[in-house]
Design a protein around this ligand. Structure first.
Ligand code: CP
Ligand code: NVA
Length: 303
C-alpha cells in the first residue's frame, strides 16, 4: 500500500485537515490536564535535517515522546547519504526500519524523491518551497483565537517564500482570504499563486493588504540559504516592515503572527512582536500539539 505522505497541505483533504486541527486542540487540552496518551508505544520516527531548526525539531521529538514513541535525529552528514549514497537507497533502507520519516531539506525535489521510495509516511519539515507543518500550528492558533479561520482575512507582508506558499495553500484548503504583499521581484511562485487563487491574491502595497485584516503575518526577509542576499533584501523589504503604524490599519483586535525565528527591527518591530496583539508564543507551542495530531493521523490510519 502507498503510504500517506505530508509534503504539502494539498496532500490532505480539507475535511481531514479540519479534523486534524480539532484533534490538535483536543490533544492540547488533554496535555494541559496532564493526561497520559500513548498510542504510539513501540513506534519510531527518523528525522533528517539538512538545515537548522529549533521549533520543528524540539516539537517533533517532544511530541513523539509524549505519544509513547521514540525518535532519532540523523544529520545527513552523519549518514552515508553525505558520502554519496543515493537518496532512493537511503529511503528504501530507513523506511524498512522506522514508522515515519521527518525531513527538512534544501530542495523540495529531494523530499519528493525520498517519499517516492519510502514504505512509510514522509513529513516535510520545511523545504525552500513549503512549510506545511507550520501552517497546521498557524491555523490552530487562528481557530483558538477567532473560533474559525473560514471567511477571515489574513495579510501576508514580506517575502513570497516557503511559509507564504503554505499560507496560500491554507487559504484555499480552509477557505479564507489571503492578501499577499511582496516587493517587486519577491512574489510567490506563479504556479502556486495560480493554484491558490482566488483565495490568495497578490498585491504590492502592504497597507492595502493589511486594511481591516483579522490576522497580519510576516517572516524573515532572508530565509535559510539566502544569507548572502541579506543586505540587498533589507533595502527592498524596508517598506514592508510590520510596525505599529501598519498594524493600526488592520482590525483593532487583529492578531500578529510569525513562524519564528524573528529578527526584531527588520521584518517586525519589537513593539509589535512583543506587544499585546502578538500570538507568536502560542503559535510556536501549537507546533507540538498539531504535529502530535499529524503523527496520530499518519501512524494510525484507522483514526
Ligand atoms: N518555525 C520553524 O520552523 O522554526 P525552526 O526553524 O526553529 O524549526
Ligand atoms: N522562511 C524561513 C522559515 C524558517 C522557519 C526559512 O526558510 O528560513
Amino acid at each position: 500500500m502507498t503510504p500517506r505522505h505530508f509534503l504539502t497541505l494539498a496532500d490532505l483533504s480539507p475535511a481531514v485537515l479540519g479534523k486534524l486541527i480539532q484533534r490538535a486542540i483536543e490533544l492540547k487540552a488533554g496535555h494541559q490536564r496532564g493526561e497520559r496518551h500513548v498510542p504510539l508505544v513501540g513506534r519510531t520516527m527518523a528525522m533528517m535535517f539538512e538545515k537548522s531548526s529549533t521549533r520543528t525539531r524540539v516539537s517533533f521529538e517532544a511530541g513523539m515522546a509524549q505519544l509513547g514513541g521514540s525518535s532519532m535525529f540523523l544529520p545527513p552528514r552523519d549518514l552515508q547519504l553525505g558520502r554519496g549514497e543515493p537518496i532512493e537507497d537511503t529511503a528504501r533502507v530507513i523506511s524498512r526500519m522506522v514508522d515515519v520519516i521527518v525531513i527538512r531539506a534544501n530542495e523540495h525535489a529531494m523530499v519528493e524523491r525520498f517519499a517516492g521510495h519510502s514504505q512509510v509516511p514522509v513529513i516535510n519539515a520545511l523545504t525552500e518551497l513549503h512549510h506545511p507543518c507550520q501552517l497546521l500550528a498557524d491555523v490552530q492558533t487562528v481557530v483558538e483565537r477567532r473560533g474559525e479561520v473560514r471567511g477571515r482575512t489574513v495579510a501576508w507582508v514580506g517575502d513570497g517564500n516557503n511559509v507564504c506558499h503554505s499560507w496560500m495553500q491554507a487559504a484555499k484548503v480552509f477557505d479564507f482570504e489571503l492578501r499577499v504583499a511582496t516587493p517587486p521581484g519577491y512574489a510567490p511562485r506563479p504556479d502556486i499563486a495560480a493554484a491558490c487563487a482566488p483565495n490568495a491574491r497578490l498585491l504590492a502595497d502592504p497597507s492595502a493588504a493589511v486594511a481591516r485584516a483579522d490576522v497580519v503575518v510576516t517572516d524573515t526577509w532572508a530565509s535559510m540559504g539566502q544569507e548572502h542576499e541579506k543586505a540587498e533584501r533589507a533595502k527592498a523589504f524596508a517598506p514592508y516592515r510590520v510596525d505599529r503604524e501598519l498594524m493600526r490599519k488592520a482590525k483593532p483586535d487583529a492578531i500578529f503572527m510569525h513562524c519564528l525565528p524573528a529578527y526584531r527591527g527588520h521584518e517586525v518591530t519589537a513593539e509589535v512582536i512583543d506587544g499585546p496583539q502578538s500570538v507568536v508564543w502560542d503559535e510556536a507551542e501549537n507546533r507540538l500539539h498539531s504535529q502530535k495530531a499529524l503523527l496520530e493521523l499518519l501512524l494510525q490510519p484507522s483514526r
